[in-house]
Write a protein that binds this ligand. Structure first.
Ligand code: SF4
Length: 282
């Protein structure tokens, strides 16, 4: 008999859910095209659904064919410079920056104005981190690992912040390394509460599972991070995008299965994965 459990924190985080709801509401009321710079979330199924409703992901402003269209700022946020460019282009904006990302912008800006150098713990290529860098007044470093933090120079005044989806344990270790080499160090733990809850719950549940199935886009950084956290505790972890990747041999002999999902995975995909597992176990 197989036991299949779905983590309560699996799926859309509040920031992503609000952004999608607002964009869908806009597209249903307004006949103008809606553009997002980069995909609204890293999930192909959702991106396809959005395109069917006239919501298009573009790579840069020049790709917005209709300048009367509406430009959506994603939950990840953008730099102040980019915001100015959108305003200069005369396009209407729908700002869906997550309030918890805005909080990180504010913390960076406040300390940067007081002459603090900023160190961001996160992935330098990620859209959220690119947005955060825009608030550092040009004085910043980005590190992703303890090894990278060891190589940083000593600072007079430094503010250490986190990409909102970072692993808490790693952030604390990196912050300690930086603190030890700074005269004045402000540690601003900007990891968002939904991420902390998700990581905590996953750790607890994964300990009691024989297999964890992590559902989410291959390009979703937070889904990949979740799969990595699970792999540290549970010997069998499967990262899938949807139920089509599941087969009977993968779950044969497995008693306790935990399903979890990244912040950009819609509930309907999680449900389908659960249904498919129930069919496969028969
Ligand atoms: S992960 Fe956290 S900060 Fe990022 S969009 Fe979701 S709720 Fe907001």
């Amino acid at each position: 008999m197989q036991d299949i459990k779905v983590a309560r924190s699996a799926g859309f985080c509040p920031g992503v859910k609000t952004a999608i709801d607002r964009v869908l509401a806009l597209a249903s009321q307004d006949k103008r095209p809606v553009y997002t710079v980069g995909p609204l979330i890293h999930n192909k199924q959702v991106t396809d659904m959005l395109e069917e409703r006239g919501i298009f992901a573009i790579e840069n402003l020049s790709q917005a064919k209709d300048k009367n269209g509406v430009l959506v700022i994603r939950a990840h946020g953008i730099t102040p410079d980019f915001q100015k460019k959108i305003e200069a282009a005369g396009m209407q904006m729908l700002d869906c920056t997550c309030p918890l990302v805005k909080k990180a912008h504010n913390v960076i800006e406040v300390y940067a104005k007081q002459g603090y150098h900023t160190v961001i713990v996160g992935d330098a290529e990620h859209a959220e981190v690119i947005g955060l860098i825009g608030y550092t007044a040009g004085h910043c470093d980005v590190v992703a690992t303890e090894e990278e933090a060891q190589k940083l120079p000593p600072y007079k005044k430094v503010n250490v912040v986190a990409q909102t989806t970072q692993k808490e344990e790693r952030f604390n270790k990196i912050a300690k390394i930086i603190k030890d080499k700074a005269e004045v160090c402000q540690i601003s733990d900007t990891i968002c509460q939904p991420t902390k809850q998700r990581q905590k719950e996953t750790l607890q549940l994964a300990q009691n599972a024989d297999m964890v199935i992590v559902v989410g886009g291959r390009h979703s950084a937070n889904t990949a991070r979740l799969a990595k956290i699970c792999a540290e505790i549970c010997p069998k972890v499967l990262h899938i995008e949807d139920e089509g990747e599941l087969s009977k041999p993968q779950i044969t002999g497995v008693k306790r299965i935990l399903i979890t999902a990244g912040a950009s995975t819609p509930n309907w995909i999680i449900e389908r994965v659960k249904e498919k597992l129930c069919q496969l176990k028969k």
